[in-house]
Design a protein around this ligand. Structure first.
Ligand code: SAM
Length: 257
């Protein structure tokens, strides 16, 4: 595998078609420290890309309208089911890739969670992602990024200190059908550590033959680099935090120049 060559958005999204069956059991979302205050008084939150949905219970409790947007139809279908189960009362959906994200005129808060920002940035870099997100939302809308902190203690899917290229047994979970699944992970950085490719394999029972393999590429950006790219793309800083291996950034959309 080659950590220097990003794969296209279509291929990235297509890879989630096979992961959806496990994703709902596998997901271990960490509520951003900045989310509860950001939701207070908000009318519409857009989660993009939502995967199977990250903070649906928090949205339901805050009684906000929710719009779930993702490039993968199967992930979106699962997110819709989970939103209903979480008690989200007003739900909108959109099936879009980042580069075709339409205008979201009612978006008050956009949430880009769980390292999705770093994944979106893999083909084009963080500045292009932030510019695209700015184009989609109205002036004064806010953006909450939960980006991987390259100097943090690690997340459920990336550990900065994991020895390079070595498999580790990183997660065990039970599917809704009662199957116990073991997840194994191996990481490959570019020499300057600006990008990481993460391989996952999933096995069940005593068999070492994977039932599924997956690969995620992330651009690793320092919080300073993200802030500077955000400013260039027309985002004003509001507040920030470091929490559970993530750098969180709350931004506000400035006037379009
Ligand atoms: C929430 S993100 C990050 C996931 C997580 N860190 C992991 O280990 O996979 C995963 C979601 O992003 C979506 N996605 C990835 N690239 C996308 C793009 N360019 N446009 C729209 N959705 C995208 C995928 O379809 C998937 O549902």
């Amino acid at each position: 595998m080659n950590a220097a060559h990003p794969i296209s958005a279509d291929r990235v999204v297509d890879g989630y078609r096979h992961r959806v069956a496990l994703a709902r059991a596998e997901a271990r979302p960490v509520l951003p420290a900045l989310l509860p205050a950001a939701l207070a008084g908000e009318e519409e939150v857009v989660e993009f890309p939502c995967g199977v949905g990250h903070f649906l219970t928090a949205y339901a409790q805050a009684k906000v309208r929710v719009r779930l947007v993702d490039g993968s139809a199967p992930m979106l279908a699962e997110a819709i089911r989970r939103a209903r189960d979480a008690g989200v009362a007003e739900l909108g959906v959109g099936h879009h890739l980042l580069h075709a994200l339409p205008a979201l005129p009612a978006a008050g808060l956009m949430v880009v969670a769980n390292g999705a920002f770093d994944q979106l940035a893999a083909p084009t870099g963080p500045a292009a992602v932030l510019a695209r997100l700015r184009e989609a939302v109205p002036t004064n809308a806010r953006l909450l990024l939960q980006a991987v902190d390259p100097d943090g203690g690690g997340t459920a899917f990336y550990t900065p200190s994991l020895p390079e290229g070595v498999w580790s047994h990183d997660h065990i979970f039970t599917t809704p059908g009662g199957r116990t699944v073991a997840r194994h992970r191996r990481q490959h950085h570019t020499p300057d550590r600006s990008r990481v490719d993460i391989e996952f394999t999933y096995t069940t029972g005593l068999s070492s033959t994977p039932v599924l393999t997956a690969r995620v590429s992330l651009i690793l950006s320092s919080p300073d680099r993200v802030r500077s790219a955000a400013a260039t793309a027309g985002w004003r800083p509001v507040t920030r935090a470091r929490h559970a291996g993530f750098a969180e950034l709350l931004l506000e959309a400035g006037e379009v120049r």
